[in-house]
Design a protein. Structure first.
Length: 345
């Protein structure tokens, strides 16, 4: 088993920093890794703290003094000093100077945790100085003046104490007031505030007006029914009282509805229900509803195939051209005999 050689030089790492250290004898400062490798401070705060610890005692380390020395602004230097104070590497206090002025005293710590423990031990071990009261001077006795005549002492009887009976306290019943139920105010009904009417501005773009519909095959009976419907609107909807000219202009639209299979009562309900309040122009509202609510046209009817008489058996069958029925046609071709016709002769 090989023995490790202590004197052999260590191998340099393949990546990362490599330290080339030269022994220093002067011009150096011992900096703790607690400051140089701190994870919670910015690089600017670590650099400012390292610079402050390398300065001798008494050197000014204020914001303006550091801003004159380094290219960073006063705002960034002030933020770095606050970081150092927050993590315990710096402590600034205000002390009284000569002439009644105040000065800033800055203390830099290379081991904030140990310094904090030392301050706590010093505060706990501080001796308690007992407060000794000031000595009270003894009273000076002043001799009383001697009277010329000697007074005669007359015996005075001592007062006899008289016992006065103390009345016992009588308990007084204080009536306890019954709790009064709290009066809850009745909710005041709040009327709903109508919302603002969304009215377009006069300059807003408007949709083009739909043209009034017209029937595909107008007839006099269709127009007469439409005119009667418009003239009878005030019977069920009094607001829709139209003039003769309005009725004449709206007749084609109602006729188009009737041509498409709409019943008169359905047309009347569609164009007059739920009118706006107030209704200023009933004819314009009817024109708008007749154009926008027009129902689709009726589906086209299937063509009816006419009946023909067979030339051979004289029976009826449906076909667009005359000839023979299916049975007679198959008999002529020799295929077979089937159902010859649809209607018997």
């Amino acid at each position: 088993m090989d023995t490790q050689q202590v004197s052999a030089p260590s191998r340099a790492p393949s990546a990362g920093v490599v330290h080339i250290n030269i022994r220093l004898t002067d011009g150096y400062t011992i900096i703790s890794n607690r400051l140089s490798q701190h994870r919670g401070m910015s690089l600017l705060a670590i650099g400012v703290g390292t610079h402050i610890q390398s300065l001798p005692d008494g050197r000014r380390v204020g914001v303006k003094a550091l801003a004159e020395r380094f290219p960073e602004s006063e705002v960034r230097i002030a933020a770095a000093l606050r970081e150092l104070e927050q993590h315990g590497f710096l402590r600034r206090t205000r002390v009284r100077a000569g002439g009644g002025k105040l000065a800033t005293r800055t203390e830099s710590y290379n081991h904030p945790e140990a310094a904090a423990r030392g301050r706590v031990r010093a505060a706990v071990a501080a001796p308690v100085v007992p407060v000794v009261p000031a000595p009270v001077p003894a009273p000076v006795l002043v001799p009383a003046p001697v009277a010329a005549a000697v007074p005669v002492r007359v015996p005075v009887p001592e007062p006899v104490p008289v016992r006065v009976p103390v009345p016992e306290p009588v308990p007084v019943r204080v009536p306890v007031p019954e709790p009064v139920p709290a009066l809850v105010p009745a909710p005041v009904p709040v009327e709903p505030v109508p919302g603002p009417r969304l009215v377009p501005t006069p300059t807003a773009p408007r949709k083009p007006r739909l043209p009034l519909p017209a029937p595909q095959q107008p007839t006099e009976a269709l127009y007469a029914a439409a005119a009667d419907l418009l003239a009878g609107l005030p019977k069920t909807a009094p607001l829709f009282l139209l003039s003769e000219e309005d009725v004449r202009g709206l007749v084609p639209g109602v006729a188009a509805w009737l041509e498409r299979g709409a019943r008169p009562d359905a047309v009347r309900a569609a164009i007059t229900d739920d009118p706006p309040v107030p209704l200023r122009h009933p004819a314009k509202l009817l024109r708008h509803r007749l154009a926008t609510l027009l129902p689709p046209p009726l589906p086209a009817a299937e063509p009816v195939v006419p009946l023909q008489n067979c030339d051979d058996c004289d029976r009826a069958f449906r076909s667009s051209v005359p000839g023979v029925c299916r049975g007679c046609g198959e008999a002529r071709s020799g295929v077979g005999v089937g159902e010859p016709c649809l209607v018997g002769a």
